[in-house]
Design a binder for this molecule. Structure first.
Ligand SMILES: C[S@@+](CC[C@H](N)C(=O)[O-])C[C@H]1O[C@@H](n2cnc3c(N)ncnc32)[C@H](O)[C@@H]1O
Length: 211
């Protein structure tokens, strides 16, 4: 992934993170897409969990477990991550990676379309302190509604890829995921149920607190 020179500069100041690098290498070796959350936002996920004293987190889109590890590192107390992933082989690799990082007992994967898993989590009356939405963009609006059902006041919702690698801002791009993310971004900015900010580094990240 090519980042801006400013991002490269700041990322270069940090010591390499061996555990996260190993996950990225495995993702590549398995032929999976190189679309884990960016390194600086991974650190932010850890910090948001720690700052808010989050114990239970929900992630939508696991890939190889990169963001899962970042989230788990920041959780406290019960330290539970529920991770929703469409593809069984991705979830398997993510689980293996988190087991090796010492978090095997702290993560549960639910495989299949996240909308189905979310409906079940609502039925189970689960609650989470921290959410990370990072899957198919067409469903972001629905994912947010589900997160709100599973959240309490003060819970934090983080959403990645607001720019879709520049396509969000390109008027020539009108595909379904581009239209969906434009709609999502506009709705999020006006949503009275949330206090939000949107960060323009990397691929764009929203952070929201449930009012
Ligand atoms: C951007 S990647 C997630 C990256 C991961 N959060 C990280 O930073 O390490 C998006 C993931 O969402 C999954 N996904 C796509 N559509 C999905 C759906 N409908 N339900 C659940 N997962 C889905 C993909 O298989 C992929 O693994």
């Amino acid at each position: 992934m090519t980042n801006r020179i400013e991002e490269q500069y700041l990322d270069g100041l940090y010591a390499p993170d061996k555990e996260l690098e190993r996950i990225q290498q495995r993702i590549k070796a398995c032929g999976m897409p190189d679309i884990s959350v960016e390194v600086g936002y991974g650190r932010l996920l850890t910090m948001l969990g720690r700052m808010s004293k989050a114990q239970r987190a929900l992630e939508i889109g696991a890939l190889g477990g990169y963001s899962g590890l970042c989230i788990l590192r920041g959780l406290t107390g019960e330290r539970k991550l529920m991770s929703l992933e469409l593809k069984e082989d991705y979830a398997k690799l993510a689980k293996q990676n988190l087991e090796e990082a010492g978090f095997g007992n702290h993560v549960e994967y639910r495989i299949g379309a996240a909308l189905d898993s979310l409906a079940i989590l609502v039925e189970e009356q689960q609650q989470y302190d921290l959410f990370f939405i990072d899957a198919d963009k067409e469903n972001y609006v629905h994912y947010l509604e589900y997160c709100l059902k599973l959240a309490h006041k003060g819970a934090i919702i983080v959403v990645d890829n607001l720019f879709l690698r520049g396509r969000t801002l390109d008027p020539n791009k009108q595909g379904p995921s581009v239209q969906a993310i434009r709609k999502f971004n506009a709705l999020l900015a006006q949503d009275k149920r949330l206090e939000t900010t949107m960060l323009p580094a990397y691929d764009g990240l929203a952070i929201a607190i449930v009012r």
